[in-house]
Design a protein around this ligand. Structure first.
Ligand code: NOJ
Length: 564
């Protein structure tokens, strides 16, 4: 531990948590997640599209991000908002064409913004040509071997092959009718029944995904966010498994789950690493792997595997100084220990937006979402205040950070979505017991006075936008120093100016337990997660998550101080 930094020697050397060395862009990048269906809609059909993204990239350059990650826009029946891919190498007409993609990529690169696309290797859509062929083919055929088909249990195979439960609710198996009309085999789907899992022990599947990677790399993408990167390999024999009652559906808390984090999965990424190395420049793979600790997550980013992994243990940490200190320390040891950057994320399209999540009246497990009848309800003002403080902490941390569209506007979770407008498969597969993730996926507001708040020109929106969102529109925040948008711009500019992404971090231990205090490079960060005001040390306030007078840091507020 270090003591208060003095002006002459602001960077503590001892006990500093030092980022892994390396100059590749992905080690330090701030990456902005675009959820294409909800970002900008050029043709007014109520669903965002690629030309819409291209038209709004200037706003992201102004914000100051280094890269964008696009959730899936490939051909899909949209049963799981595009995470059910029917053709991996073409754009769904809902989102545009391959030419629109190329134009978007060119514009982004012209603005010095890298582009990462989503790759969904665990499962395809049931409309994928391979699955359709499998349905038409016999048990034991080459076509069936690309997926996980098994005979059922019971006298006539009428029971599923094991007891696994889908992440979205209900059994993880569906039974098919054989081409001759008789009840037949069962196929495995970790998610919806429209998302059959590939069999990754099959070399043909591996070869197909090399082809898909090269298809997008040839078009010039800078990397891939890899969906369910911990799920591809299932334990031999597919043994029964019953999760603990309070287990998180994506496996975050569990230790040994036969479909999450099986050791064989790492060979897949070693292979992909080599595919990326065939290309010039630095291309990156980022794992979406829900694992309980930074140490476990770091197994996905060993030097010959992926380059980044989402830090979900950090994302799921509450607004609690001690817990944050632990997860940040663990992350800054675990990732650099394998030569990888730590990553940081607070929101995405699967979790309750952090402006609501950080001030809920009761816990809500990841993926379940909240709605009008949930026990857990957000306390809006407190949530936004904590979210701004939490982001002020996050953007000071060494490594790479992910932002989710709309968080720079301080958007809360949309709670009052009418039941008949909800679309998440979780809502249907749990018989409306769990609301699911629609509340974080609502089209974002650009202009307060325009139809659909500037999302398009017709006013249509695939999920209804709350009336209060006019207040969050980008145009009303632009230029207002107190707005969340200007806070984000300020943080991103100062993060870059002070090279925080590559700076060592050292904790300052003379503060109360509910205060998070650290030195990173030349910046001192103090975040007050407790109720009592905290006296600030010397130093000019460079950024404050909330305006305040004097030198007492109010509750739920964070600052960056400088002695420059
Ligand atoms: C993780 C994605 O982020 C989520 O949105 C999707 O439903 C599942 N994987 C299944 O692909």
């Amino acid at each position: 531990m270090t003591s208060t930094p003095d002006a002459a020697s602001p960077v503590p050397a001892a006990d500093a948590l030092t980022p892994a060395p390396g100059s590749e862009w992905w080690r330090t990048a701030v990456i902005y997640q675009i959820y294409p269906r909800s970002f900008a809609d050029s043709d007014g059909d109520g669903l965002g599209d690629l030309p819409g993204i291209t038209s709004r990239l200037g706003a992201l350059a102004d914000l100051g991000v280094d890269a964008i990650w696009l959730s899936p826009f490939m051909v899909s029946p949209q049963k799981d908002a595009g995470y059910d891919v029917a053709d991996y190498c073409d754009v769904d007409p809902l989102f545009g064409t391959l030419a629109d993609f190329d134009a978007m990529l060119e514009r982004a690169h012209g603005l010095d913004i890298r582009v990462i696309v989503d790759l969904v290797p665990n499962h395809s859509s049931d409309q994928h040509v391979w699955f359709q062929e499998a349905l038409r083919s016999a048990p034991g055929s080459r076509e069936r071997a690309r997926y996980i088909f098994r005979d059922g249990r019971g006298e006539n195979g009428e029971l599923p092959p094991n007891n696994w439960e889908s992440v979205f609710g209900g059994p993880m198996w569906d039974r098919v009718t054989e081409p001759d009309g008789t009840p037949g085999q069962w196929y495995l789907h970790i998610f919806d029944s429209s998302q059959p899992d590939f069999d990754w022990t099959n070399p043909e599947v591996r070869e197909e995904f090399r082809r898909i990677l090269r298809f997008w790399l040839d078009r010039g993408v800078d990397g891939f966010r890899v969906d369910v990167a911990h799920g591809l390999i299932k334990k031999d024999g597919l043994p029964d498994y019953t999760p603990a009652d309070d287990a998180d559906s994506m496996g975050g808390e569990e230790q040994d789950v036969p479909y999450w984090g099986q050791p064989g999965v790492h060979d897949v990424y070693r292979d992909w690493h080599l595919v990326l190395e065939e290309y010039p420049g630095h291309r990156a793979l980022c794992a979406e792997a829900w694992l309980p600790t930074p140490d476990k997550t770091a197994l996905w980013v060993r030097p010959d595997e992926m380059h980044q992994a989402f830090n979900f243990p950090y994302a799921m940490t509450e607004w609690d100084a001690a817990a944050l200190r632990t997860v940040i320390t663990d992350s800054l040891r675990a990732f650099p220990a394998v030569g990888a950057p730590a990553t940081w994320v607070l929101s995405n399209h699967d979790v309750i937006r952090h402006a609501s999540r950080l001030a809920l009246t009761a816990p809500s497990p990841q993926g379940e979402g909240i709605g009008p009848d949930s026990v857990a309800q957000p306390i809006p003002e407190l949530g936004l205040r904590r979210a701004r403080a939490a982001t002020t902490v996050m953007l000071a941390l060494p490594g790479s950070a992910y932002l989710y569209q709309g968080e720079e506007l301080g958007l809360p979770e949309a709670i009052d979505i009418p039941d008949d407008a909800r679309q998440d498969p979780t809502w249907f597969r749990t018989n409306h017991e769990k609301y699911g993730r629609d509340g974080c996926r609502v089209p974002i507001p650009w202009e307060a006075g325009a139809p659909a708040y500037g999302f398009n020109q017709t006013g249509l929106a695939w999920l209804p936008q709350p009336a209060t969102w006019a207040d969050y529109a980008r145009d009303v925040q632009e230029g207002d120093a107190r707005s969340t948008l200007e806070l984000y711009k300020h943080l991103l500019a100062e993060r870059r100016a002070h090279e925080l992404a590559t700076a060592p971090l050292a904790w300052l231990d003379e503060y109360p337990d509910d205060v998070l205090a650290f030195q990173v490079g030349t910046i001192t960060v103090i975040a007050n997660a407790g109720p009592a005001p905290v006296e600030l040390p010397t130093g000019r306030i460079l950024v404050a998550s909330e305006p305040f007078e004097g030198r007492e840091l109010p509750a739920d507020t964070a600052v960056w101080l400088t002695t420059d």
